[in-house]
Design a protein around this ligand. Structure first.
Ligand code: NAP
Length: 292
């Protein structure tokens, strides 16, 4: 039987509707949640993500500004900008786009973002708290994966979650989130990477399989057990044989895998649709904390 398609756009709209109510409450207290993004240089993927964030902020009612800094900026100038935003009481969330130009130290810059405003959870303090199961801001993509599962009725509790990919922004935080003895987690977690021998032996054991590899259509139908919930984080562009133009595909061979999976997220319209909304959730949470 073909899989249930988990509709990321519908879930994103539901989250937005919940958020609007929370924003109304804040506005009644005279607080307008505000996110400031910092973009150094002209990285095309970051510019595209910035457009998406700006659009989502507008839809939800979160104020936003972008600090566009030249690619030639020094580390000290970047740190000064972050410090200025940390001190601005009207700013609730700060997002620094990566990658940074080569002369800049990303870890030092991320560490300089106040943990109270670190709405993409990249400060090592936020990462440490995530691993300890303490209250913190989850990075938006892994947070979106958890939200997609919970809102589509696939609670990871007691399930075997197999994650393919161990990046600092997706794979590792997912491990930290799902391993907690908490709501929306409490799973048995396996993480795979390029050092994993016989990958399909692991993916076939998954109740929930999360692909975050950056390899177009790498997860094929024979790697998935019948009934598995498949969450595809991948965003890849490959030429469309019909149009000749580039088209977006995930890390999962969607057409084949949907015939065996129990549920699956499409690309586009799955995890990507939820990511920027989770950034809004974190910004509103930061504003609520500040407003007491
Ligand atoms: P990344 O930093 O390149 O990490 C990829 C991970 O996948 C690495 O851990 C790598 O293993 C592993 N991997 C690659 N090929 C593999 C293979 N053949 N077998 C097993 N493991 C393999 O990528 P990322 O930043 O995590 O992003 C992953 C994907 O998600 C990309 O397509 C990216 O565009 C997308 N993404 C989507 C969103 C969203 O909002 N939907 C957000 C962020 C990223 P090693 O560690 O051994 O190298």
């Amino acid at each position: 039987m073909p899989a249930e398609i988990i509709d990321g756009r519908k879930i994103a709209a539901d989250i937005q509707a919940d958020l609007k109510q929370r924003i109304n409450h804040l506005q009644e207290k005279g607080v307008s949640p505000k996110l400031v993004t910092i973009l150094v240089g002209e990285d095309p993927a970051s510019i595209s993500y910035l457009r998406g964030i700006t659009r989502t902020c507008g839809e939800v009612g979160v104020l936003t500004e972008s600090a566009r800094l030249p690619a030639t900026i020094t580390q000290q100038e970047l740190l000064t900008k972050i410090d200025e935003l940390n001190r601005d009481s009207k700013v609730h969330g700060i997002l620094l786009f990566l990658p940074l130009p080569g002369q800049l130290n990303a870890l030092e810059a991320e560490s300089a973002i106040s943990p109270d405003k670190d709405v993409d959870g990249t400060n090592p303090i936020s990462t440490g708290k995530l691993l300890l199961g303490e209250d913190t801001f989850f990075p938006s993509t892994p947070y979106g994966v958890q939200e997609l599962l919970m809102r589509s009725g696939h609670d990871p509790n007691g399930k075997h979650v197999v994650i393919v990919g161990r990046s600092n922004i997706v794979g590792k935080p997912l491990v930290g989130i799902f391993v907690q003895k908490q709501k929306g987690a409490n799973a048995t977690v396996t993480v795979c990477h390029t050092g994993t021998k016989n990958l399909s032996a692991f993916t076939r054991q998954a109740d929930i399989l999360v692909a975050a590899m950056g390899r177009a259509k790498a997860i094929t139908a024979d790697m998935v057990r019948e009934g598995t919930v498949v969450i595809d984080v991948g965003v890849n562009f490959i030429p469309d044989p019909v149009t000749g133009k580039n088209k977006q595909v995930g890390d999962v061979d969607f057409e084949a895998v949907k015939e065996v999976a129990g549920a699956i997220t499409p690309v586009p319209g799955g995890t990507g649709a939820v990511t920027s909304v989770m950034l809004m959730v974190n910004t509103v949470k930061a504003a609520e904390k500040l407003a007491g």
